[in-house]
Design a protein around this ligand. Structure first.
Ligand code: SF4
Length: 405
């Protein structure tokens, strides 16, 4: 009898490290400073005393329920998102991949080209951005005038001929107040892009309800306005406009019937909790964004964040996989920073639910992977470009159509 108990004890103890490594959903036991430096998700101690079977079971159940969902949910809690986010990464990526296959054709990746139609001279103070006048001294970036309609459409034509199906036009403005003439030209650009058979997207800063309606009438497909990070961390990055102002603009876009494109930037110095906060914001909007760009900060010398170390790839993957599970029908876009990711890392992101990229010559002021490079990568990994208008606008609530691939 004693020998049996001793053997059982030995077997149980031998399981502890393995079991502990799968525990989920608990706050980090590392010091906050250490967690911020490493950017690693919070993981519990492997000490048997800290192992909590009930919480592990709860975390797995939350993940299982999320993956089985037939309709989008807009009532996620921070605790549920934490439980999903802190799952063992391979399990999280695997479950996200499963869900991705139920809502999307897994080989399809949308190709989007972003053009800066008005460079620099922005009055905002976003700490990561080279286009802010506040950082101009350090970056040396010169402000330029708005591009002509003709030159924008010429660039859109090149992008279309190279295989892009969405063309996004970005202007470094705080908002569109008093820019009547500019709005008229942008509407002409939007209409011209649509005539090329492409989806059109703009990012122009804050807009009001009327401006959103005008853009919709010109045929705009999507409006990009990132929330960037969590509500709590946001004031450390931007002081010239509030988080709520950003959400108000998203409301105007949504009410006008334009698809919302809104995402975040990783590597700003945020913690895992801030990444969870970002996911909480977007996944509890009245309807999920049609597109969720995940940017890895490209530090630009002369900006306040010019010396930030790169975000860990595991944080990027974890954010993409969690976003896929929370917002199953959304297009998840690998945005800035892709240039520094190996093909294998990108493939893992596609596996875990990313299904859009920016491709072309430049991404605003930073380098971008080009069409030929991406085409070769698609060939090697069996990926294919998503056709134009493959995604229909999201239903307001529920009634999600499940792809049958
Ligand atoms: S991110 Fe946009 S709003 Fe912020 S400074 Fe740059 S151009 Fe201006």
């Amino acid at each position: 009898m004693d020998r049996t108990v001793a053997r059982l004890r030995t077997v149980l103890l031998s399981q502890v490290p393995r079991l502990s490594s799968t525990a989920v959903g608990r706050p980090c036991r590392m010091s906050t400073a250490a967690a911020q430096v490493s950017h690693e998700p919070s993981v519990p101690s492997s000490s048997p005393a800290h192992f909590d079977h009930r919480r592990e079971r709860d975390g797995h159940q939350i993940l299982r329920d999320a993956v089985a969902a037939q309709a989008p949910r807009h009532d996620w809690t921070r605790e549920e998102i934490s439980a999903i986010y802190y799952q063992p990464l391979m399990e999280l990526a695997y479950q996200a991949a499963n869900l991705h296959r139920r809502f999307h054709k897994p080989s399809e990746v949308q190709l989007c080209t972003l053009m800066n139609i008005k460079t620099g001279g922005c009055s905002e103070d976003c700490s990561y951005c080279a286009q802010s006048t506040r950082h101009q001294k350090g970056t040396g970036l010169e402000a330029k005038k708005v591009e002509s309609v003709e030159s924008v459409l010429a660039a859109a034509r090149v992008a279309r001929d190279k295989g892009s199906t969405r063309f996004c036009m970005g202007a470094a403005w705080r908002d569109m107040r008093g820019r009547k003439n500019a709005l008229k030209n942008i509407k002409a650009m939007v209409a011209g892009v649509r005539e090329l058979g492409m989806e059109s997207c703009v990012t122009l800063g804050m807009i009001d309800a009327e401006q959103a309606k005008e853009l919709k009438s010109a045929g705009l497909t999507a409006y990009n306005h990132n929330v960037d990070t969590s509500r709590e961390f946001y004031p450390s990055i931007i002081s010239t406009r509030t988080y709520d102002e950003r959400l108000t603009t998203l409301g105007h876009v949504r009410d006008a019937g334009i698809n919302v494109c809104s995402g975040g930037i990783l590597g700003l110095g945020e913690t895992s909790e801030d990444r969870i906060g970002l996911l909480l914001t977007v996944s509890t909007l009245p309807s999920h964004p049609e597109s969720f760009p995940v940017n890895a900060l490209v530090p630009i010398k002369g900006t306040p964040l010019g010396d930030r170390p790169p975000v860990e790839f595991t944080s990027m993957l974890r954010t993409i996989a969690t976003a896929r599970i929370l917002m199953p029908s959304t297009i998840i876009r690998i945005a800035a920073g892709r240039k520094t990711m190996s093909e294998e890392k990108q493939a893992l992101c596609f596996m875990a639910g990313a299904n859009a990229i920016f491709t072309g010559e430049k991404m605003l002021t930073t380098e971008c992977n080009g069409w030929d490079e991406d085409s070769a990568m698609f060939g090697r990994w069996g990926l294919e470009p998503m056709g134009s208008f493959r995604k229909s606008p999201m239903p307001e609530n529920g009634d999600m159509r499940v792809a049958s691939f």
